[in-house]
Each structure stands twice: as structure tokens, then as C-alpha cells.
Design a protein around this ligand. Structure first.
Ligand code: XBP
Ligand code: MG
Length: 259
């Protein structure tokens, strides 16, 4: 019935608003625990999001700030330990259920599941973060809805490189044209497009709303639902009021056949 077989979702910023009150707080907790006088405020963290991946973000910060570590310290090991503490803090936060899915996400996932559309994830973050987020957002068994979870360091290059999407496609055994991708950031958009995923929905959030998404065919501020129309920035939803499978099918058709 639908012209696509799977949806590949980004996680951070897309499934849930995890960055400002999730990852950022966990980084700061790890810094404090290590006795470092570093603090990433909301604006600074927004700028640092240009660098995808927590370890890469820490390394960039050290370089950018000209921070000099004791010469006896091995930089890679130092970053790895700091990042592992950050992951511990982040997982503890997720366990409290403090970070819900974005509005409309669970509804869309349910629709896809009921229609036999396969679900996958392509994310920069650490795999356990994905599972823990999905475990604590009020839908028992949600992690198992995703047939493929491609996450973190399993590929050589993080977004905006296409690697993680290419891996997700390979694990699904599908080609790009079989899929719709959902992202929230310019780095994510570039990664998806570079993997050939032209049927791309971008869902903006506070950290990404001013980025340029000229290359994305459909950009929304919110997915909406039966009780709330989606707020569309670019493209159209066809006959739908909110982002449902019919709207994604229309996106797919527009991109691949100009319909
Ligand atoms: C998300 C990220 C991640 C998280 C931190 O990018 O960049 O690095 O901020 O996760 P995207 P880790 O949504 O494009 O995948 O600290 O676990 O790396
Ligand atoms: Mg993201």
C-alpha cells in the first residue's frame, strides 16, 4: 500500500529532545565529577553540537579552548574515561524517565508497526543510550520495535558522513529508495542525503530551527497528530493534516517520481 518499506530514524533531537536537558547535563556532571572547571551552558552546547559524537565533542572543546593537560595524561584515554562517565550520568537520567519522546513520535511508530513498515535507527550516540531512552518512555517493549539499531562507534566516520545510514540500510537489506529517513539537524540531513536517502523528513527543534535545510524536501516544526495539525516549514503533507504514513508516502512519491 505504501511505496516505502522502512523508516530510518535519528535519535537525538528527533525521537526525543535529548540534548539540552539530557546529554548536556550529563557532560557537565562528568566534568564536575572529574574535578574539571568546565561547564557547557545552553548556548555553548548549541555551538558544540556542530561536532557530532560525545568523544569528538570533548576533543574539539579541548583543542578549541587551548586546554593543556598534564603531559603524563594520555589524551585518548582521558577523553574515553570522561565520556564513559558522561554515559553513566546520561543513563541514570534516562532511567528516571525524564526525557519523553517528542509529540507525535509514538503515534507515528505505532502506525508504521501496524502497517508492516519496518523501523530502524541510525544515530551517532552510544547504543546503550538508545535502548535506555526507548525503555523509559512509557511504551513497554519499544526497543524491540526497531529491527535495526545502528549506533555510535560501529562506523569509521560519524555524521555528516553517510556511514551510519549506509550501515542501517545494509542491516535492513534495503536500498535507499525503499526508505524514508527522519532527522533533526543539518549534520543529520547531510548524512542521510549522502547515503542516498532522498525521502527525508526534517523535524526541527530549538537547537536546529535556524539551520539551513534547503536540501530537505519536507521540513516540519512538529509532527502533529489527529488533534493537532503539523506545523510545516517546507514541502507539503498532501492530503494529511499531520505527519502520518500517507504524508510520508507522498514525500516518497514526490522525491522519486515527481508526483
Ligand atoms: C547526536 C550527537 C550525539 C549526542 C551525544 O547526533 O551528536 O553525540 O550529542 O552522544 P545525531 P554520545 O542526532 O545527529 O546522531 O555522547 O553518546 O556520543
Ligand atoms: Mg539528531
Amino acid at each position: 500500500m505504501y511505496r516505502f518499506k522502512a523508516i530510518i530514524f535519528d535519535v537525538d533531537g528527533t525521537l526525543a529532545d535529548t540534548e539540552r536537558d539530557g546529554h548536556r547535563l550529563a557532560f557537565n556532571a562528568a566534568f564536575a565529577e572529574a574535578g574539571l572547571a568546565w561547564h557547557w551552558d545552553v548556548a555553548r552546547y548549541g555551538a558544540l553540537l556542530a561536532i557530532t559524537g560525545g568523544k569528538e565533542r570533548i576533543r574539539y572543546y579541548i583543542e578549541q579552548e587551548g586546554i593543556r593537560l598534564d603531559s603524563a595524561v594520555n589524551l585518548d584515554a582521558f577523553i574515553a574515561a570522561l565520556h564513559s562517565a558522561k554515559t553513566r550520568h546520561y543513563l541514570a537520567l534516562l532511567e528516571t524517565g525524564a526525557i519523553p519522546l517528542r509529540p507525535g513520535v509514538l503515534r507515528l511508530l505505532r502506525e508504521a508497526r501496524e502497517a508492516g513498515i519496518r523501523l530502524a535507527i541510525a544515530t551517532t550516540t552510544t547504543p546503550e543510550n538508545v535502548i535506555e531512552l526507548l525503555r523509559h518512555c512509557g511504551e513497554p517493549g519499544l526497543p524491540d520495535w526497531f529491527e535495526v539499531i545502528a549506533a555510535g562507534d560501529v562506523v569509521p566516520r560519524k555524521k555528516p558522513a553517510p556511514d551510519i545510514f549506509t550501515l542501517a540500510l545494509a542491516q535492513l537489506g534495503l536500498v535507499a529508495q525503499d526508505c524514508v529517513a527522519v532527522e533533526d539537524s543539518d549534520n543529520g540531513m547531510c548524512a542521510a542525503l549522502a547515503a542516498g536517502l532522498k525521502a527525508l523528513l526534517v523535524t526541527l527543534n530549538a537547537y536546529t530551527e535556524n539551520q539551513s535545510f534547503d536540501a530537505a524536501p519536507l521540513v516540519v516544526e512538529s509532527l502533529g497528530g489527529p488533534d493537532a495539525a503539523a506545523v510545516v516549514r517546507r514541502g507539503d503533507l498532501g492530503g494529511s493534516n499531520y505527519v502520518d504514513l500517507a504524508a510520508l508516502d507522498r514525500l516518497h512519491a514526490t522525491v522519486y517520481s515527481g508526483a
